[in-house]
Design a protein around this ligand. Sequence first.
Ligand SMILES: *Cc1c(COP(=O)(O)O)cnc(C)c1O
Length: 381
Amino acid sequence: MREPILLTPGPLSTSLATKTAMLSDWGSRDGAFNALTAKVCRQLVAIAGAQASHVCVPLQGSGTFAVEAAVGTLVPRGGKLLALVNGAYGKRMARIAGAIGRRVSVYEVADDARHDLAEVAARLAGDPAITHVGIIQCETSTGILNPVAAIARVVAQAGRRLIVDAMSAFGALPLDAREVPYDALIASSNKCLEGVPGMGFVIVRHEALIAAEGNSHSLALDLADQHRHLRRTGQWRFTPPTHVVAAFASALDQYRDEGGQPARLARYAANCAVLCSSLEDLGLRRFLAADVQAPVIVTWHAPEHPDYDFKRFYEAVRARGFLLYPGKLTRVETFRVGCIGAIGQAEIRQAVAAIRAALLELGWLSELEAAHAARSFHEAA
Ligand SMILES: *Cc1c(COP(=O)(O)O)cnc(C)c1O
């Protein structure tokens, strides 16, 4: 049997070419590896449209390490972060700021809502201590797409700096540094660019990075130091995840060959459309309104059956070759299905068939379909 397909937002299913790129060993101080790092960074800055203004600083670890590095490097010790929260990753950014001793103010809205731009402006006007604003482009805990460009305008008008956690959006959802002003954009190898996990990176405005010298609370997470060392030696400061970088370089070449951001977005949007219409036909209901849903990961209400249990559902779908993702909401019982990774509509259709078969086996499908039929009847009436 083939290995399971990951309907998760990263790690996700990678292509055979990406996997086989990990079959070579690289010397971490060798010229060939340094060239590979430089090429990856050049490609990432180009994807961001940021060649004229920003540099790419790669960092070992998962995405959260890069978020902590960006906040710690860019927000001065006397600075203050306004965290715009509508889910778990926004909360995490606020928690990071607090953990490393930065002052933080939180503007939180419901998980299925977006921030009011006038309210953001009012909070910035009312608190001159705020130096930076943090926003999550795609809040992966639900899949909601936040309006980063509009928020960036408000932040720039108020003379403050923006930090964007674009982890689960970068490479698929557009965000062009020539149009949207930000100091830092944070992402990682293992989401929409379809590499394997192990490195994050921050696209950071060069002037902001120079000004951030000495801010960091941490040695290992100091992006200014990491960048200076890379510039001077071509090498990472500490052992790089060589195989991850090699796989990422291959994934980025495949990304370019596929047609870059527009093609990646089109594939994910088609995956998402097939997923949503097919699961809705089974009677499942989405958590988010369609107009705020990013084509990255979709949150579904759990079947309203007294026996519902995510673990049993997960195992029944897993036995058919697909990995679902648990919900991350405390108010309502949900589960999530990712539509990113090296998969297309064929895999999504197979996944829907697996979910249908699992629901049938567990005895939860007939109620769902009956409820769906009743809803359709009411809508028609
Ligand atoms: C994946 C992700 C992160 C990083 O999570 P890790 O588990 O540390 O990789 C941060 N923010 C968002 C929005 C994410 O989707």
